[in-house]
Design a binder for this molecule. Structure first.
Ligand SMILES: Cc1cc2nc3c(=O)[nH]c(=O)nc-3n(C[C@H](O)[C@H](O)[C@H](O)COP(=O)(O)OP(=O)(O)OC[C@H]3O[C@@H](n4cnc5c(N)ncnc54)[C@H](O)[C@@H]3O)c2cc1C
Length: 444
């Protein structure tokens, strides 16, 4: 079995990791394209979009034409951004760009926001703000990440929330306000109902903020209001950290769904009113700094293209990530509705499955029927300790004949991801290597 810490670079290795085995990997026919060259436009150059663009070029021997449309000049990584919030990492450690995808693989980069996609014969026209002529292509890959719900309980929020759940200016703003928190202040963070981006991410943030407060403001505390019934990822390690490392300054409350927020006088201070799920009661929590992470949906362009169902995410066929609503368009990364977690490493893996499927479809073959993705994720629990979570996701037929990705423990083969047996300083060191490797694998 492929190690979850092993970032496969070649299509042959991916096929092997997918369970295809050596025989298939070595006998798979060379990919040959009929003229004219096929064109693909990728909407969004984040973790998923950058990966699919790279691997479409790499695995087609640069015979397919791939364009990423992306409005930003710098990609700011969400991964590791919690350590920027606590001041341990410099913001520049989150910055990536697409120049190596252009020089190493010939991926074309168009700066701009996609405003819409329309059918053009058997292909598509992709409209980009500021471009007079749409980009035409054979297939579109939509990878816009997430958008945030702007209302709570049908009440417009009194003030824009500071979520810092899309790394960028809000990340450093949250850091600066954390540094300015009164010595006996209360930091409140909320966790939205699943599915949301990065299942362990909010618990990781709660831990590193509690650690920051413990070391720098011992009279201050953090209150975590979780809309979910329990810790959603790595429960043993996070609950252990909550009770042993942060028993004195962290209060974790599950089943607390935000009803509304009453703004306070200071920036992003106020009172959060929550429903205690299943009881009919509400609670008020006053905080000097509110870090509200709203519920999430697919990026707006996926919604406006009509790719999403009533969950707000885009249903796809798991073998190709092709939309089940609009064939010919693929949706990858956090915007897609699958049983995979919404995470950067998984986005990278799903993008490779999608790239492989598109190349097979161009060669008049079927996508590989039972792909496998893997995921590894380190979580800092303090400024020196980290744990990890890993899983192999196998695309499996279910008893009701549907198909989905099922997480398998790599040792016991039981369902569910595997978490580290405790946090360690060694994991904290390896986390840095893991991060750099994943980002290099995606952007270079
Ligand atoms: C605090 C935090 C910590 C995290 N830690 C981890 C971790 O340790 N491990 C892990 O695996 N994952 C982690 N994640 C999750 C990870 O960051 C996301 O799952 C991942 O970034 C999703 O990739 P994506 O490509 O779908 O979206 P993104 O990476 O957000 O990329 C989307 C891109 O689409 C572009 N875009 C949007 N709309 C348009 C449009 N109309 N036209 C053109 N471009 C558009 C955006 O500008 C953006 O560049 C973390 C997330 C957070 C918030």
């Amino acid at each position: 079995m492929t190690s979850p810490f092993d970032f496969s670079l070649s299509r042959r290795r991916l096929l092997t990791a997918m369970g295809a085995g050596t025989a298939l990997a070595t006998t798979f026919p060379a990919f040959g394209l009929a003229a004219p060259t096929k064109k693909i436009v990728v909407i969004g150059g984040g973790m998923a979009g950058a990966t699919v663009a790279k691997y479409l070029r790499l695995w087609s021997n640069k015979t397919v034409d791939v364009t990423i449309v992306e409005p930003s000049t710098t990609y700011v990584s969400n991964i590791m951004s919690n350590l920027v919030v606590t001041g341990q990492y410099l913001p520049s450690l989150l910055n990536y760009n697409w120049s190596k995808l252009a020089t190493n693989y010939g991926v074309k980069i168009v700066k701009g926001s996609v405003t819409g996609v329309s059918a053009n014969g058997s292909g598509w026209n992709v409209n980009v703000a500021g471009l007079a002529t749409p980009l035409s292509c054979d297939r579109v890959v939509v990878a816009p990440g997430i958008s945030f719900d702007t209302v709570l309980d049908n009440i417009a929020q009194p003030t824009a929330v500071l979520h810092a759940w899309q790394a960028g200016p809000q990340t450093t703003q949250l850091r600066d306000l954390l540094f300015a928190l009164p010595p006996t202040g209360t930091f409140i963070m909320s966790i939205p109902p699943a599915p949301y981006r990065c299942p362990p991410g909010p618990y990781e943030r709660a831990c590193v903020i509690a650690d920051y407060l413990k070391r720098n403001k011992p009279g201050a505390r953090i209150v975590v209001l979780d809309a979910n019934p329990d810790v959603m990822a790595e429960p043993a390690n996070f609950k252990n950290a909550f009770s042993t490392l942060y028993g004195n300054n962290l209060t974790y409350l599950a089943g607390r769904k935000i009803k509304f927020i009453t703004a306070g006088t200071a920036n992003y201070s106020g009172t959060v009113t929550v429903d205690i799920v299943g009881t009919g009661f509400t609670e008020n929590h006053a905080g000097d700094l509110l870090n509200i992470i709203p519920a999430q949906r697919a990026g707006l362009i996926a919604q406006s293209m009509g790719l999403c169902d009533d969950t707000g995410f885009a249903p796809v066929n798991g073998v190709s990530f092709e939309s089940t609503i609009k064939p010919g368009i693929h949706v990858i990364g956090d915007a897609a509705k699958t049983s995979l977690p919404k995470a950067g490493h998984v986005g990278n893996q799903g993008a490779k499955i999608c790239a492989d499927a598109i190349l097979r479809l161009f060669a008049n073959q079927q996508p590989y029927a039972t792909p496998t993705a893997n995921s590894a994720c380190y979580s800092p629990l303090s400024n020196t300790l980290a744990s990890w979570l890993t899983a192999v996701y196998q695309y499996e037929r279910q008893p009701d004949s549907s198909w989905k990705y099922v997480a398998r423990d790599q040792i016991s083969t039981q369902t569910g991801p595997t978490e580290a047996h405790g946090a360690s300083t060694g994991n904290f060191t390896k986390m840095s290597t893991w991060y750099k490797t994943l980002m290099t694998e995606t952007f270079a």
